[in-house]
Design a protein around this ligand. Structure first.
Ligand SMILES: NC(=O)c1ccc[n+]([C@@H]2O[C@H](COP(=O)([O-])OP(=O)(O)OC[C@H]3O[C@@H](n4cnc5c(N)ncnc54)[C@H](O)[C@@H]3O)[C@@H](O)[C@H]2O)c1
Length: 339
């Protein structure tokens, strides 16, 4: 039996990964270390919390004592670090926690992995570390030019993990994925925010002219890529993970409104994000040649995602009535409750 330490397993991608892992591998034990920040939600894993192959530890990846205690007690062989502060907009307002978790937290996990020994340390990085690209696509060897405190701190964690491979021979692999969407995404990111706002007949705040391009990756495809890389990835390597769906934000906005039968009048163009990267694009041929391809088309997976938010208001409505509401009002300078 393999023991996995999954950090940030109560967040969006982490919770999808934990569920998928337990479905695919009957002979595993997963320890989920999560601080339960505003983005971490025990409700994301309520269906599996009694599974005897699953353990939850409420704690901070920056806390050396907690991390060492987990390594001592559970002796995980595979570490998958999803834990991070992840929202670019929040990183612009208050970068502190991004530096702590996305750099120092990675350091704490790497140190414990070095001390106790592991078979694999998988650092979940992001396409945002490359920065914006006007034409063409980034390959894994291209220089990093992050432009937000979020992407800069992720680049720090990404390169720190690599340095432990080179310097200490720690078995590290790094993945850089594009924008994810799907069930259980905190409703502050483009698709989860716009779908839930549209369901509530609220305005959809589109930055600038809406022409920013992102590559969209369905979360279950991201999880299957992580699983594939654990099995087949080469130590010391970086793998880009993309969905092959480059789309403008405004295109997705219209697609959401059309599927929900809502008026385009809900679109509200707002002042652009500071330092807003125009386009992200990944060359994923390295991972594709190794044998992994995404399985979902954007249109089908977006339709499934919209359907999930329609059917799971009980999951997102409490979130949108709490901390989120204050953040939203101050960030977009927009009334939230029909004010
Ligand atoms: N969402 C995307 O589009 C995307 C794309 C590429 C890469 N990534 C990366 O994937 C990972 C997961 O992203 P997500 O969208 O699921 O994030 P998320 O914000 O939904 O979840 C992050 C989780 O980490 C936990 N966490 C935060 N700080 C912590 C700390 N100090 N100690 C322990 N737990 C902590 C939170 O409680 C939460 O459960 C991140 O590393 C992110 O950079 C995300």
């Amino acid at each position: 039996m393999k023991t996995y330490l999954v950090t940030g397993g109560s967040g969006f991608i982490g919770s999808n990964f934990v569920r998928q892992m337990l479905q695919n591998d009957t002979n595993c034990h997963i320890v989920n270390l999560d601080k339960l920040t505003y983005a971490g939600n025990p409700a994301n894993l309520v269906d599996i919390e009694m599974d005897e192959r699953y353990s939850f530890v409420h704690g901070d990846i920056c806390d050396t004592d907690v991390v060492r205690q987990i390594f001592h007690q559970h002796k995980p062989q595979i570490i998958i670090n999803f834990a991070a502060e992840t929202h670019v907009d929040r990183s612009i307002g208050s970068p502190d926690d991004f530096i702590k978790t996305d750099v120092f937290g990675v350091f704490t996990l790497l140190e414990a992995s070095k001390e106790f020994g592991v078979d694999l340390f998988l650092q979940i990085s992001t396409d945002e570390v490359y920065g914006s690209i006007a034409e063409g696509s980034f390959c894994e060897g291209d220089p990093l030019l992050p432009s937000s405190p979020y992407s800069a701190s992720k680049a720090g964690g990404d390169r720190l993990a690599y340095s432990y491979y080179v310097t200490y021979n720690l078995p590290v692999i790094i993945t850089r994925a594009s924008n994810n969407y799907g069930p259980f995404q905190y409703p502050e990111k483009l698709i989860s925010l716009f779908v839930t706002n549209a369901l509530e007949d609220r305005d959809l705040p589109v930055y600038g002219d809406g022409k920013n391009v992102r590559d969209w990756l369905y979360v279950s495809d991201h999880c299957s890529a992580v699983h594939f890389i654990i099995e087949n990835g080469k130590l010391g390597e970086v793998y880009n993970v993309g969905g092959g769906n480059e789309l403008q934000n405004i295109h997705i906005t219209h697609q959401i409104l059309e599927q929900l039968g809502k008026s385009a009048d809900l679109i509200k163009f707002v002042e652009d994000r500071k330092g807003h990267d125009l386009r992200y694009s990944l060359d994923c041929s390295k991972l594709n040649q190794l044998g992994w391809m995404p399985e979902h088309s954007f249109d089908e997976a977006l339709a499934e995602t919209i359907h999930w938010y329609q059917s799971n208001e009980a999951w997102w409505a409490p979130i949108k009535s709490g901390e989120f509401k204050e953040y939203y009002k101050s960030h977009y300078n927009m009334a939230y409750e029909g004010e």
